[in-house]
Design a protein around this ligand. Structure first.
Ligand SMILES: *Cc1c(COP(=O)(O)O)cnc(C)c1O
Length: 454
């Protein structure tokens, strides 16, 4: 099929996620045909640098020989068998490999298919854990999330979410949760300074536990960076404090490392940077190197123990998905994990982090850059109409989207979060390419702003 025909059928039949389809249908969007390394090719043979790791999941690039070989080898054996009451080789080997690398104490691996289901499983595990642990546990009916939080799109994950644009439409179908303010200072209330506001956020964290401690089932948090919220970077010590308070009050700490895991923040897992071991750890996106859907919710022995008993006791976790522990996906993940060590990926991340830091300094005095946020190789550039008042650009201007189109014309694929431009390279991207990625993105920002003003 030629490009025009593919685009016609795409618009006729494919409903794209998080995509305003009326606008999409007007724009002749490239159709990806192939990938190699850090580039994607469309059906017309145009090449694009993958600037957001194919939506935050790609790790080693595309068409990676070692991963492809692992998939082929597994395919020679079996593509899928069920994990319900039955084992398979890759799911066992991967669980072992994950436990060896995860923060201490997380010895049990519950598989599912994507980030949302990893969080969904964690919420249900926490709920059931408390009820099976003690009679008082049934009082623990509150989950705490942060403002601006994003943990996926299933109903439980949305219930602990806090992004109005995505979540407001569903408020009526969600279960109630409590929200505490995210510890970030770009837009503080008028009666606060940055310092006093951060203190307020730490105080609020303390207060909910002081007032509601015995009712809290769990606190759900993205360690260090709230990605979908616009790459909001937390101050050091916040995660640590959340760990102390959850432990003190008998609540579970649920760390959602779906976006920040697998090297993006500079360590394999973000929790490591605050010496935190959560009770439940949600992993997905980068788990298979960005090749296949797979997720894991890791749990401590303490959580796991409450699900043991004779079958007739019905302490079982009655939850799972058809493709849970899929052998092809697990074999892929195992190959990806081994490449972290073989290719010394975290050293590359450190080099890329330095390149990004230096390049981003070039935006320091940009009249429309409100804030530049960076943690490891995660970057968010918030564009505003007025740098002093922080007044945003009008929504209907679609500035972030226009910048995406301008970058695409220049051979780079990115995706904005509103007017926050993100740079989210694969951890294995060579530093020179990361530099080039920045140059093109900055150019796309300036060209788009110039076009708006004329
Ligand atoms: C993407 C994401 C999810 C949801 O993962 P899906 O695979 O899209 O369901 C959950 N949590 C975080 C932090 C994410 O970035």
């Amino acid at each position: 099929m030629n490009t025009a025909r593919l685009q016609q059928l795409d618009v006729a039949h494919v409903w794209h996620p998080f995509t305003p389809m009326q606008e999409y249908a007007r724009e002749a969007t490239p159709v990806i045909a192939a990938g190699d390394g850090f580039y994607l090719w469309d059906t017309d043979g145009r090449r694009y640098l993958d600037g957001v790791s194919s939506l935050w999941c790609n790790i080693h690039g595309h068409w990676v020989p070692e991963i492809d070989a692992a998939i082929r080898a597994q395919l020679e054996l079996i593509a899928h068998s069920t994990l319900l009451g039955l084992g398979n080789i890759p799911s066992i080997e991967l669980a072992h490999a994950l436990v060896q690398r995860a923060p201490p104490g997380l010895n049990r691996v519950f598989y599912s298919d994507d980030g949302s289901t990893a969080v969904e499983a964690a919420l249900k595990l926490a709920w059931q854990f408390h009820r099976q642990k003690s009679a008082e546990g049934s009082q623990r009916d509150i989950f705490i999330g942060l403002s601006g939080a994003y943990h996926g799109d299933t109903v439980g994950a949305v219930s602990v979410g806090g992004i109005d644009r995505f979540h407001a439409a569903y408020r009526g179908m969600l279960f109630p949760t409590m929200q505490i303010p995210a510890p970030v200072t770009y837009r503080t209330p008028p009666d606060h300074t940055a310092v006093s506001y951060l203190q307020f956020c730490f105080d609020e964290l303390e207060r909910v536990f002081r007032e509601w401690g015995s009712r809290i089932a769990g606190l759900v948090i993205e360690p260090l960076v709230q990605a979908a919220a616009g790459m909001l970077v937390h101050p050091s010590g916040y995660l640590r404090r959340a760990r102390e308070l959850t432990a003190k009050h008998g609540a579970l700490l649920i760390a959602d490392e779906v976006a920040v895991g697998f090297g993006r923040t500079g360590t394999l897992f973000a929790c490591e940077q605050e010496q935190v071991a959560p009770d439940l750890l949600c992993l997905s996106k980068g788990l298979t190197g960005g090749y296949m859907p797979l997720a894991a919710t890791l749990a401590t022995e303490e959580v796991y123990a409450e699900f043991l008993g004779e079958p007739a006791d019905h302490r079982t976790f009655y939850h799972g998905h058809t493709y849970t522990g899929n052998p092809l996906a697990c074999a892929t993940a195992l190959a990806s994990l081994h490449l972290f060590e073989k290719n010394k990926l975290l050293e590359n991340v450190a080099r890329c982090e330095a390149v990004l830091k230096e390049k981003l300094q070039g935006l320091a005095n940009h009249p429309h850059v409100g804030e530049v946020r960076q943690k490891g190789i995660i970057v968010g550039i918030e564009l505003v109409r007025d740098r002093v008042t922080k007044e945003p650009f009008a929504d209907d201007l679609r500035l972030g989207h226009k910048i995406t189109l301008a970058a695409r014309e220049r051979g780079v694929l990115i995706r904005p979060i509103g007017d926050v431009i993100e740079i989210f390279p694969a951890p294995a991207m060579p530093p020179e390419l990361v530099g080039k990625l920045c140059d093109v993105v900055f150019e796309a920002i300036d060209a788009t702003l110039a076009a708006i003003k004329t």
